[in-house]
Design a protein around this ligand. Structure first.
Ligand code: PEP
Ligand code: MN
Length: 343
């Protein structure tokens, strides 16, 4: 962090700032330019509020150089982190698909969806048992009963499970059945929940908040990373903008940007990203092209009858078609990565 003093700052004003820096326990490099004094703070400035210095008389501005999300940043960890989900690798250059219904509705429904998901090549079964619904009158999920069903269905088809955990009090039960704990968009800044799931050691699928900035998302990941137990999988699921023609605005630029700024893998969720089933396949293809490490997609044996998110869910035929196209794209990406000398 650097503090730029005003050209007319007095010696006393500069000394007051220097005293404060010393009080905090940081070292300082003093640069006397021809116009103004610039103070370079040396040490761990993550806990310092740079804006607080702007209140001191004689300070023109402060500039933060290192970011506050150290453990999540690529600067700290230049190599890609490969997340091992009980044998299924995410971020190793392969492309992993997670598919399943928005909500677990019953054993037959989740078994049938697992069969479809597996037939298309998905290795991870998704499905919500604790559902964050906008209306308190909407279906809230089957809770532990649902967790039992999704585990049973995943085991039958040799798949892993990703499912959402909404509260600290449910972490234990969700972790008992799931391989990846999903933090939903509405909870991206539930800091107590982030810190608590980070201690489980299970990989955490961290959705981007409904209006989460990239910086906020990276800092949310840092709350998980501080435990140094659970790795993070970023999930881009679209953000709220002024556009109303789609459910969200699917921000694909987040994929290469997160890859540049962080070592953790990122996957895309074109289902919530668009909210419209016939936009899901083109956006899944685009996600591969953007460099995502995988895809999470909502599918349902009978989307018209789904208890939640039917309009964005793919039926079997459309899901299998999407997967064929995704496979073509992943092959093309291998060639593109060879050109770049990557992987
Ligand atoms: C979901 O995955 O079904 C879900 C509720 O997603 P999000 O948190 O991204 O809205
Ligand atoms: Mn959903």
């Amino acid at each position: 962090m650097i503090i730029i003093m005003e050209p007319e700052a007095t010696h006393e004003q500069i000394d007051t700032v220097l005293e404060r820096i010393q009080e905090i326990g940081l070292n300082v490099q003093i640069n006397k330019g021809s116009e103004q004094v610039v103070l370079g703070l040396i040490g761990d400035t993550r806990h310092i509020q740079d804006v607080a210095f702007q209140r001191y008389k004689g300070v023109a501005k402060t500039v933060r150089i290192s970011n506050t999300y150290k453990l999540t940043s690529r600067e700290f960890h230049p190599q890609d982190t490969v997340v091992d989900v009980d044998g299924v690798k995410i971020g190793d250059g392969s492309f992993v698909t997670m598919a399943g219904p928005c909500s677990i509705e019953g054993l037959d429904q989740i078994r049938e969806t697992a069969r479809m998901a597996k037939a298309g090549g998905a290795k991870i079964l998704r499905g919500g048992a604790y559902k964050p619904r906008t209306s308190p009158y909407a279906f809230q999920g089957l809770e532990e009963e649902g967790l039992r069903y999704i585990r049973q269905a995943a085991d039958e088809f040799d798949m892993k499970v990703i499912t959402e955990v909404m509260d600290v009090e449910h972490i234990e039960v969700v972790a008992k059945y799931a391989d990846i704990l999903q933090i939903g968009a509405r909870n991206m800044q539930n800091f107590k929940l982030l810190a608590a799931v980070g201690k489980t050691g299970k990989p955490i699928g961290l959705k981007r908040g409904i209006s989460g900035t990239i910086d906020e998302w990276l800092n949310a990941a840092e709350y998980i990373a501080v435990s140094e137990k659970s790795p993070v999988i970023f999930i881009e699921r679209g953000i709220r903008t002024y556009e109303t023609a789609t459910r969200n605005t699917f921000d694909l630029s987040a994929v290469p940007l997160i890859k540049k700024l962080s070592h953790f893998p990122i996957i895309v969720d074109p289902s919530h990203g668009t909210g419209v089933w016939d936009l899901v396949t083109p956006m899944a293809r685009a996600g591969v092209a953007a460099g995502a490490d995988g895809l999470i997609v909502e599918i349902h044996p009978d989307p018209e009858k789904a208890w939640s998110d039917g309009p964005q869910s793919l039926n079997e035929k459309n899901y299998l078609k999407m997967m064929k196209e995704v496979n073509v794209m992943t092959e093309a990406m291998k060639k593109i990565n060879e050109l770049k000398g990557d992987k």
